[in-house]
Each structure stands twice: as structure tokens, then as C-alpha cells.
Design a protein around this ligand. Structure first.
Ligand code: T4K
Length: 369
């Protein structure tokens, strides 16, 4: 039997490197609650991204819930249905109404031309998603947010390491939420972060991550526990040492896929964005059944028979999930609808071998034939 190939595989340092990194945790018994590793990782991330303000979290989802709490958002938030459920869950769990905006057909990010029609007197923020690391139309979104005095929180879960004209992607909007989950380009096992423009938010955000505690005798906010542990931070410190090499390796894989798949009838690869230095987080492909003669689901099943486990990120749309489909949220997002029915994310991770990429592409060619 051929070895299985999964959609992703975490980047990990050598075991000895991680063990070296956690030795002082063992010695000090400082395991969590903003210890020295936590502080060190924050500093390293500031340096790596050029962002002055960062707060770490136990995962990306809690980072998102925490910023919503910190901003005391209310009413409606305009967001994308073409995302992982976390984006919408964070809004709904915080008592907000998601208003779904359609996406553009080239990069699958929120269609900035369709946002303004969705603004009402109840809108408090826009929550777009830099899906697959594709960067939203940040200038157009900023203009709309300025006009209607809305906050912008980017779900940048997929965008670690992406640069726009040399600027780190976390510098756009008021806040950018990153996921450092094991399946992401940069991981802290589980983990996440917020990058933000207003440094005065730091105390509030850090307090909200820790039950709202200000000091031993004062609790300012009614919040939960979203802290990153020292072991997670140590993994981040190790992985950050290797991040540039990991992104380069992903680029080679991306190019090999392109060489293999470009030009196949009915097989649409995502365009490169001008001025954007990608992190090659995902390799989404659209299968247009009317042109290639086979549906996305048939490709998915055919690959699975070859032990190649691609994923339908993101199908169904969040608005079509059973937990949301009956709640009366708008679902008039035709572009997102068809992209979600045609898209398949092929395996993509830094140590995917050339021969595995060739095996995946050959399997796809055989299915199309
Ligand atoms: N916003 C967006 C746009 C997101 O994509 C996400 C997370 C979030 C917000 C929330 O951030 P976090 O709170 O998670 O930090 C995975 C991830 O669990 C999830 O983090 C991620 N998005 C989502 C797109 O993908 P699943 O349900 O597909 O994961 P799973 O367990 O099926 O893993 C996929 C494949 O990865 C497996 O087939 C094997 C491989 N794998 C997975 C894990 C967990 C490994 O090799 N090792 C591992 O440890 O959600």
C-alpha cells in the first residue's frame, strides 16, 4: 500500500532543539501565565513581523473572541462565509450577528465592492479573512471602515509571513488575528496571536486573556482563560528559527505543482497577487466540471482511493452549516457558493517531497483522463 499523504503536516524542529529549549522551563517550573518564554516569543515576533504590538493566545479562535470582547462590539459584523467555522463562531458566541459578504472569484477574499450595501446603522465592524494567505483589498476596506466608523479585524489565520509591498500582513486594519495551530505555516502546537495598531490596547487584551485580572486584588473584565503556555511558546521560538527555510521549501512545492497542473483544461489555480510575497500556506485548485469532465467531489474521492487526502477547505460555506443555515442569516453569496463547490486544497507542507507532488499530480491527470 502506498504511504498516505495528508493535506498538511506540522513543521517541527529537531527533538533535541525543542528539548534544549524547554530545559529552563523544567528547571524553573514556570509553566504558564506569561512566563519568560511567552515574553521572548512576543519579542521575537515583533522583530520578525515589524509589528510593534502583539499579544499571544492559546489558539487563534480565542484571540478572535478576545478582541471582540476588548472592543465591546455590538450588533452586526460584515464577514466572509468562505472560511473556517471559527470566524463566524467567534462572532455568534459573542452575541453578534454575522452579515455574510460575497467573495471575489480570483483570490476568494471578501469582495470590497459588495461591502457598502451591507452596512446598516447596526454594523460595528468588518471581519474579512485573508483566506489561504491571499490578502484582502485592504485599501478599499479601510476606506469603507473610515467612512462608516467601523473597526476592522482581519482573520489572518492563514497569513503568517505574508508581506504586501514589503509590509507584514499583520499591519492592516485595527487588529489581525493569527492562528499558530499545528496545521499552519508557523505553529506553536496550538496557539494564536493578535497584532494591532494601537499599543494602548495591550493591557486590556492581556488582561482579557487572563480572566480579566489586573492585579491580585482587582479583576476588571468578566473574561475567560486564553493564555499561551510556556511549552507552546518554546515550540514557537524553535519554529521561528526555521520559518524562512520552511516558506522557501513551500515555494518550491508550489512551483512544482504549477509546472505539473498549469494549463490542464478545467483546472484553475489561484492567481499570484501582484506585490504580495506569499507564504504558500495552501494549494487550492478549482475543478470546473463542465470543462474538465469530473467534479471536485470525484477528484476528492479518486485521490482518497490513492491514499491522498486533500481537503474541501471551505465547503460547505459557513452559512450553509447546520448550526447556521436555519438562523436567518443572509446567504446570498453566489461567488462563494460556486467556489466552495469547486475548490479542493491539495496537500501542502514544507517537507512534502517532489516525488509526492508528482504522485498527486499524476493521480489528478489520471482522473481527468
Ligand atoms: N480562522 C481561520 C480562517 C482558520 O483557518 C482557523 C483554523 C481559525 C480561524 C482558528 O484558529 P485556531 O483556533 O485553530 O488556532 C484544521 C485546524 O484544526 C484549524 O486550526 C484550521 N483553521 C483549519 C483550516 O484546519 P481540521 O478540522 O481540518 O483539522 P484536522 O485535524 O482534520 O487536520 C487536517 C490534517 O492535518 C490531518 O488530516 C492530518 C494533519 N495533521 C493535523 C494535526 C492537528 C497533522 O499531521 N498533525 C496534527 O497535529 O482543522
Amino acid at each position: 500500500m502506498k504511504d498516505p499523504i495528508y493535506v498538511t503536516r506540522p513543521s517541527m524542529p529537531e527533538l533535541t532543539e525543542y528539548i534544549d529549549e524547554i530545559k529552563d522551563i523544567w528547571a524553573s517550573r514556570r509553566l504558564t501565565n506569561k512566563g519568560p518564554k511567552h515574553q521572548e516569543l512576543e519579542n521575537l515576533l515583533k522583530e520578525y513581523t515589524g509589528n510593534a504590538n502583539v499579544s499571544l493566545y492559546t489558539n487563534g479562535h480565542m484571540a478572535l473572541e478576545s478582541v471582540i470582547e476588548a472592543l465591546e462590539l455590538s450588533g452586526e459584523v460584515i464577514t466572509s462565509p468562505f472560511t473556517f467555522v471559527s470566524t463566524t463562531h467567534a462572532l455568534v458566541r459573542k452575541g453578534l450577528k454575522p452579515v455574510f459578504c460575497d467573495i471575489n472569484p480570483d483570490f476568494y477574499t471578501m469582495d470590497a465592492n459588495k461591502i457598502e450595501d451591507l452596512v446598516t446603522e447596526k454594523t460595528s465592524a468588518i471581519l474579512p479573512v485573508h483566506v489561504y494567505g491571499s490578502i484582502c483589498d485592504v485599501d478599499a476596506i479601510k476606506n469603507i471602515a473610515d467612512k462608516y466608523k467601523l473597526k476592522i479585524i482581519y482573520d489572518a489565520a492563514h497569513s503568517f509571513g505574508v508581506k504586501v509591498e514589503g509590509i507584514d500582513a499583520g499591519n492592516f486594519g485595527d487588529f489581525s488575528m493569527y492562528s499558530f495551530h499545528s496545521t499552519k505555516v508557523f505553529n506553536t502546537i496550538e496557539g494564536g496571536a493578535l497584532f494591532y495598531s494601537d499599543g494602548r490596547m495591550k493591557d486590556r487584551l492581556d488582561s482579557i486573556a487572563n480572566f480579566g485580572i489586573r492585579d491580585e486584588e482587582n479583576v476588571d473584565y468578566v473574561s475567560g482563560n486564553a493564555k499561551m503556555s510556556e511549552f507552546q511558546a518554546a515550540m514557537g521560538i524553535c519554529n521561528l528559527r526555521h520559518i524562512d527555510g520552511q516558506i522557501c521549501a513551500r515555494k518550491d512545492i508550489y512551483n512544482r505543482y504549477k509546472e505539473n497542473l498549469d494549463g490542464l483544461k478545467g483546472v484553475v489555480l489561484k492567481e499570484d497577487q501582484v506585490g504580495v510575497q506569499s507564504n504558500y500556506a495552501y494549494f487550492p485548485v478549482l475543478f470546473k466540471e463542465d470543462l474538465c469532465g469530473i467534479s471536485r467531489d470525484e477528484v476528492y474521492d479518486g485521490l482518497a482511493k490513492e491514499h491522498i487526502y486533500a481537503r474541501k477547505y471551505f465547503y460547505p460555506l459557513v452559512s450553509r452549516m447546520p448550526c447556521y443555515s436555519q438562523r436567518g442569516f443572509n446567504s446570498d453569496t453566489p461567488v462563494a457558493e460556486y467556489i466552495s463547490k469547486e475548490v479542493l486544497c491539495l496537500p501542502m507542507y514544507a517537507d512534502l517531497s517532489n516525488s509526492d507532488v508528482d504522485r498527486i499530480c499524476m493521480a489528478i491527470r489520471n482522473l481527468l483522463d
